[in-house]
Design a protein around this ligand. Structure first.
Ligand code: ZN
Length: 73
């Protein structure tokens, strides 16, 4: 099985393949240029995004394929 390379959604208990990357930063913990990332399937993009958004942590939501291109992966 080559499923190991599949990136999975970061939502708790979700095993769906990730489609989105949510880039975030907690200014109390991270330097401003630092980016933490969560992966999200189509269904959890909004719930994870809201979780980060209400805290003011969310910086960017990018399609996974685009993110990987950006990162040169
Ligand atoms: Zn999910």
């Amino acid at each position: 099985m080559s499923e190991d390379t599949t990136l999975v959604c970061s939502a708790k208990g979700c095993r769906e393949a990730a489609v989105w990357v949510l880039a975030w930063n907690n200014p109390k913990v991270h330097t401003p240029e630092r980016r933490k990332t969560w992966l999200a399937c189509g269904e959890h993009r909004e719930t994870l995004g809201q979780f980060l958004g209400v805290r003011g942590f969310l910086k960017d939501v990018v399609a996974l394929a685009e993110w990987q291109e950006r990162e040169g992966a």
